[in-house]
Design a protein around this ligand. Sequence first.
Ligand SMILES: Cc1ncc(COP(=O)(O)O)c(C=O)c1O
Length: 505
Amino acid sequence: MRMLGRHMVSGLQRHASRTLAGTGVKNQTTLASPDLKVESLVPGEPSGPRMVTDSIPGPVSQSRLKDLNQIQPSQSIQLFLDYDRSLGNYIVDVDGNQLLDVYTQISSMPLGYNHPNLLKLLDDPSIVKAFINRPALGAFPGADWPERLSNSLMAVAPPGLKTITTMACGSCSNENAYKQIFMWYRSKQRGHDNFSQEELDSCMINQEPGSPQLSLLSFHGAFHGRTMGCLTTTHSKAIHKLDVPAMDWPIARFPLYKYPLEEHTRENQEEDRKCLEEVEDLIHQYNAKGMPVAGIVIEPIQAEGGDNHGSNEFFQQLQAIAKRNGAAFLIDEVQTGGGPTGKYWCHEHFDLPEAPDIVTFSKKMLTGGYYMKDEFRPSHGYRIYNTWMGEPSKIIVLEEVIKVVKRDNLLENTKNVGEILMQGIHALEDKYPQHINSTRGKGTFIAFNGKDPATRDKIVGNLKAAGIHSGGCGEQAVRLRPALIFQPHHAEIFLDKLETVLGQL
Ligand SMILES: Cc1ncc(COP(=O)(O)O)c(C=O)c1O
């Protein structure tokens, strides 16, 4: 039996305040730690969740939803938030409920809400001007753009990658990276960058040789975005893909491991072997049928698809297969990038013999884009282009985020607090094996499975009612995506609430 996380920090006590009779406001439940001095990385952060409505979403959220739905399809909306009052690791909704946020806008708030260093940026008038004058970056960047990029994205570039293209979001990063791969592949085939008249003419009517038959290999369970090209490589949920034409590109199995890993080494190695064999078979099949595989695209941890992990050996061998077959190796770090695994880039855990060819990012990096090996630079202007190509104000904010991550040692913090979470959830898995299993993670990028989809939904719903905002992914996983400022005392609050929820199932 592993030690319960709750016992690692003593003195946390649950306090229930009086019922506020007749107000529609139920017992206010807070976790406080009167005898424990916990220094929060964000001054003034609340000491715990505080729920004030009988159910969530509360009446104000529901009424806002009605208003919005009149003018915008709103089926996916969960809650309306008060971004003024949200702070650090806590969101406050429009009904006044205060929740510990371990989901952080689908993993995209590196320093949580209203971090003082980021607020301070707005005191500088030159920065305010960057917020209101949005340039067409591919044509008219400001004089400071090279330094801004060097101090932000390039300061944390994955080892071995020195060239970058910025974009606005995760999907358009992948979409353009895919194009980059096809251009690289064709340029290798040609042996030069001069296009024939036939190529120029035929691409205008979507015909070969200008519009070539090429493919990208992706994995079952993958999520790479919802734009047309990305959707062909996305396989996590049917609802994303339904009714949209897709290309006939190869899809291989991503390893699905048995947990705990240490008890299933042989089966999991066999799983790796089968999946890699399938990758190689598919490449040969598609090459033979005249649809050569120009690249392999993969998430280092399949996130939307259920937090599926691959071993270091799996990724090392996959990279070797790509190289052997002349295909580019793209790692999609949109969800894993920016520190949640305890390193800036999840693939840094894999000990790859060389850098991936392309690494895409967005979310915690605040801007989209991709790093690439120099050989992937496009040969001509406008081949990879759009009006905005990112947003300078986001780069200014990112520069400050990177400073704070360094100053407050947040990657180390994430690694340490991740260990507390893993140990605590493992202990709860031992205590409640009838409800949860398969705890897995790197840093605070952690998930565990509910016994079945209905149990997962119940856990996420009951956690929310108890003041913890978490998320689901895949068929039956609960996922944690806290900010990099998530500390041991936050982990304790989470584990305490999870234990209560599991105990009441
Ligand atoms: C791994 C991965 N790739 C791509 C995307 C798409 O990013 P966006 O939603 O910014 O288009 C996501 C979004 O969740 C993602 O998790």
